[in-house]
Design a protein around this ligand. Sequence first.
Ligand code: G1P
Length: 291
Amino acid sequence: MKITKAVFPVAGLGTRFLPATKASPKEMLTVVDKPLIQYAVEEAIEAGINELIFVTSTHKRAIEDHFDKNFELEYNLEQKGKLDLLETVRNILPADVNCAYIRQKEALGLGHAVLCAKPLVGNEPFAVLLADDLIDNANGKGALLQMMEQYYYQKCGVIAVQEVFKKDTGSYGIVKTRADNSIQAIVEKPKPESAPSTNAVVGRYILPGEIFDYLEKIPKGAGGEIQLTDAIAKLVESQRLVAYHFDGTRYDCGDKLGFLIANFELAARDKVLGKKFMAHVESMLKNIKQG
Ligand code: G1P
């Protein structure tokens, strides 16, 4: 079955980035010149998605506005002959891509956020992208496109994973896989001593519609929240799901350091800014060394 829908849980408060996120969504924080959410949306569109479902909360209007038409701005840019910028603003979404917004009324966890999208997804397979995880694959296919190819080839759900240090398992969903990469078990944020492996879930999932049946039934899990991981753990008891090691670099933009590293590395590679930016960095390092 062709996958056309992607869910973007964007209801989180972003407290780690206060005061920046006091009045604007953390998903609108920019890496070089684009908000985090736009990177995730572009990755989804590259993978063939044309229905974007955002699970939002209060103070997330900026996300809706970002993907909507801005007549005033477009008129202004046109009048001033700033046609390049006009194109950039107009082409944020291709014409055949639609957005839908649904509210998560209470912050009950990632699993609950995904469940909120059920009325818009229905009973079909869909993708989930967490914008906090920026995945860059500068010269190749985006992570979701790679996963989509796996989905069509393996004919089952796919979850993105990457190897992490044992000391860090407590920050991730951790999977135990069989020789064919199918998931045998998955645990949310286990302590290093009880983690079944060091294969950590990264924020990209392709899930069958049946996941909603489990999300409706599972009790609160780690951190007192309804965890997507717990529903997946139940699902894999009756359905095959594979873990997929994608090609690309993942930046943890839910964390200040990861966010700064993403900005640094993407700025260094930027076609327009890269050279000047790195010249500045080099002179700065020289000054530091000279004391
Ligand atoms: C969520 C998931 C976790 C996953 C992580 C990836 O956790 O619950 O399983 O490994 O995203 O970024 P969060 O980072 O929202 O605490």
